[in-house]
Design a protein around this ligand. Sequence first.
Ligand SMILES: [Zn+2]
Length: 155
Amino acid sequence: MRLEINGWTSKITFSATHIIPMHAKCGRLHGHDYAINASIQGELGPDGVIMDFISVKEFLRGIASELDHRVLIPKKDKGVSIVGDYVLYKIGGKELKLPTCDCILLDIDVASAETLATFVLSRMLEKVKFPKNVRRIEIGVDEGRGQGAWTGQDL
Ligand SMILES: [Zn+2]
């Protein structure tokens, strides 16, 4: 069976700014409304459910609020450095200087929906205890409605 959490209707959303280097249009600083979706697959437990999805929603809302109203900075990008209270982000011939308090530094190399989904999944696997009947977790990050990237892992 599969348990699905829709980020839009469950209000697991955030608004953030990012930049995708090497892209003509996405190479300019811009923002999106994002939603985090989840799919949890497994057998029914003795209580007739796969797992308590309220706790999963709360966990995902916590991540969404960390990312909300921030500039998403991929700290593995070689163009990123922290100098004092600022993030310097060199992209091609440009250099952005952003106050660190307005940014969130993520352990990724580019702030795409794909890497955000991977970031959320790995955080979830690290922090959430899943019952033994859960077989697979999938996370989808939508960049606006109707377009998103999914990743998953078998447990
Ligand atoms: Zn974008």
